[in-house]
Design a protein around this ligand. Structure first.
Ligand SMILES: [Zn+2]
Length: 184
């Protein structure tokens, strides 16, 4: 993966933490290895799985959530660095004209190693290129989701914009309708 592609990596980290049961009223969106593999595939992360990976992915998810919940710079750097232990080689990818820093996974790495490395690179990239203020809680009332805001203006409000943003719009619309009726 490209080391400078922190936007993509932070997006994977955000998507991963928002599969947790606390965000879905108790329903885990990654309940088994098959859903973990599907999640990886959805994000173009082609890696194998091992039986122990499910628990390891759940642990990783909790670790990343904890980092986003407490975004102090030193803590983010230390925490994210410990997620990069599965790095194999740091190199340059010069195939597309301009060369980019890349990192590969060490031999025998599985899905949890890949996700761990991606989350680590995503968090470190956002701390370096943007700001710790980009680690935030979802703005939708009653939503327990969190996200890493990699938009240019940094004004993202929801963990899942298509879902939480729409919910808020619908609620506002209903409230407006209700008050119109009330005043009619
Ligand atoms: Zn949300």
């Amino acid at each position: 993966m490209a080391l400078d592609d922190y936007v993509w990596a932070a997006g994977v980290a955000t998507d991963l933490v928002n599969t947790a049961p606390e965000v879905w009223h108790g329903a885990d969106k990654l309940p088994d290895l098959a859903t973990v593999a599907a999640f990886a595939e959805q994000h173009s992360i082609p890696v194998s799985t091992r039986p122990g990976d499910l628990r390891a992915v759940h642990r990783l998810r909790a670790t990343v959530r904890d980092l986003i919940d407490h975004p102090a710079q030193a803590r983010l750097i230390t925490g994210a660095t410990s997620l990069t232990s599965s790095v194999g080689d740091v190199s340059l990818d010069a195939t597309s004209g301009r060369s980019r820093w890349t990192v590969s996974l060490r031999q025998g790495a599985t899905v949890v190693d890949a996700l761990s490395l991606i989350c680590g690179v995503g968090i470190l990239g956002v701390v370096q290129s943007l700001d710790v203020a980009r680690f935030r809680a979802c703005g939708a009332p009653a939503c327990q989701g969190v996200f890493i805001d990699t938009t240019r203006p940094g004004r993202r409000r929801y963990c899942m914009p298509g879902l939480c943003g729409n919910r808020v719009n619908v609620a506002n619309h209903r409230a407006r309708k209700a008050s119109e009726l009330h005043h009619a």
